[in-house]
Design a protein around this ligand. Structure first.
Ligand code: ZN
Length: 125
């Protein structure tokens, strides 16, 4: 255990992790790693904020629940995300469709029967 880390402690220039763009610079490497970690956390937080905001907006945009053309369950939610963006998603089987009008979104959903779509894998909104 620890053989390589002991070795790299004695010979830091041998550690490939201490090199930045062909230059030996353990300080810069350490700083870059720290910045990359902070950026990753920030990105994650932003993604979470966006996801939460979309979930909230979607909940408010829900205006109808009807029969799903694929599974038949009364689980087909219709959302009016904007004036020209309607979205239908079945809470049961996952089929979905979108359009500029509610009728178009319903038609797109019905056209997708059997295609194996599942909005849980990546919603259009
Ligand atoms: Zn369904």
């Amino acid at each position: 255990m620890g053989e390589w880390s002991d070795y790299f402690e004695d010979f830091p220039e041998e550690n490939p992790a201490n090199w930045v763009n062909g230059k030996f610079d353990p300080q810069l490497r350490k700083q870059l790693n720290s910045e990359a970690a902070q950026q990753a956390v920030a990105n994650l937080e932003v993604r979470q904020l966006i996801t939460n905001a979309k979930r909230e907006r979607k909940a408010k945009a829900l205006f109808a629940t009807g029969d799903c053309p694929q599974c038949g369950e009364r689980q087909l939610n219709s959302y009016k995300i904007s004036e020209t963006f309607y979205l239908c998603e079945c809470q049961e089987c996952g089929i979905y469709g979108a359009g500029a009008t509610h009728d178009e979104a319903l038609a797109k959903t019905a056209d997708s029967i059997g295609e194996g779509l599942d909005w849980h894998d990546g919603s259009l909104y």
